[in-house]
Design a protein around this ligand. Structure first.
Ligand code: NDP
Ligand code: 8X3
Length: 257
């Protein structure tokens, strides 16, 4: 097994949901955590809890992954002790709206493309050369079942997550011959703030997403990220598709009520 003790794990979008759960799992594995998101108060709350619970060594910084200059500047400004990142979890992401393409809101499309595709690219482009130079690194992308199968009204969100699948494969190909490992986790329904964000704060609509079924939790996904990152160095898990037992595809959900 690869030990993550004192290794630096960088997680984008660590202020809630899957990202916050990943922070907890990697803290328990003894990693040093580099956590970022836009909401600094939420980020600090996550970090403080893990410092108290696991005596974790954590460095936080606010980052909007959509802003290329901000991404460059934030990583360039890291103290030397935080520069040698061993694991990058590209988790920051979101869906906005759910409408037929012909009724789609262009601002929502741009936000999804800028965050899920361009943001992931900016961060990876910044960190991958260092990983290659040190011949050590693991890029774990959080994709989605929406990147494996398209569903009605999912159009642009699905396209961004298909892009994440393609980029995962592409990065694996482009780093062949190095020790870099590349993975994507493609979850189905996970109960986080995702649906509340998707429906612009409409809590009732968000809650309906998980009604009558048992969704995955952020911890379920983080557990998989921890497993992937700790396999022996010669083992690269490329792609994990994980859904609740109550789900068999993006639109196939068993609801008891
Ligand atoms: P949450 O809304 O709970 O978390 C999303 C995280 O992304 C937050 O920490 C948010 O932080 C961060 N984020 C959003 N936009 C930006 C940005 N521009 N720059 C930096 N950080 C950003 O949802 P999830 O935990 O569910 O989502 C995490 C990932 O999992 C996403 O990529 C999502 O697509 C994917 N996913 C989710 C599924 C689900 O059903 N929940 C299923 C499959 C995949 P902040 O707002 O503070 O910046
Ligand atoms: C989130 C899962 O099916 O709501 O990526 O798009 S889904």
């Amino acid at each position: 097994m690869v030990s993550l003790k004192n290794k630096i794990v960088c997680i984008t979008g660590a202020s809630s949901g899957i990202g916050a759960s990943c922070a907890a799992v990697f803290a328990q594995l003894g990693a040093r955590l580099l956590l970022s998101a836009r909401r600094s108060d939420r980020l600090e709350a996550v970090a403080n809890e893990l410092r108290t619970k696991y005596s974790a060594d954590i460095h936080t910084f606010t980052l909007d992954v959509r802003n290329r200059r901000e991404v460059d500047a934030a990583f360039a400004a890291l103290p030397d002790a935080w520069k040698n990142i061993a694991v990058l979890v590209n988790n920051a992401g979101l869906a906005r709206g759910m409408a037929p393409l012909q009724e789609g809101v262009v601002e929502d499309w741009e936000e999804m493309i800028d965050t899920n595709v361009k943001g992931l690219l900016y961060v990876t482009r910044t960190l991958l050369p260092g990983m290659i130079a040190r011949n050590e690194g693991h890029v774990i992308n959080i994709g989605s079942i929406a990147g494996v199968a398209v569903y009605p009204k999912g159009n642009v969100y699905c396209a961004t997550k298909f892009a994440v699948q393609a980029l995962t494969e592409g990065i694996k190909m482009d780093t062949l011959g190095t020790a870099i490992r590349v993975s994507v986790i493609a979850p189905g329904l996970v109960d986080t703030e995702f649906s509340t964000v998707r429906f612009h704060g409409d809590k009732e609509r968000a809650d309906a997403t998980y009604k009558g079924m048992t969704p995955l939790s952020g911890d379920d996904i983080a557990d998989i990220a921890g497993f992937i990152a700790t396999r022996p160095a010669h083992v690269n898990i490329l792609d994990v598709v994980v859904m609740p037992t109550d789900q068999s595809g993006p639109t196939l959900v068993h609801r008891r009520s």
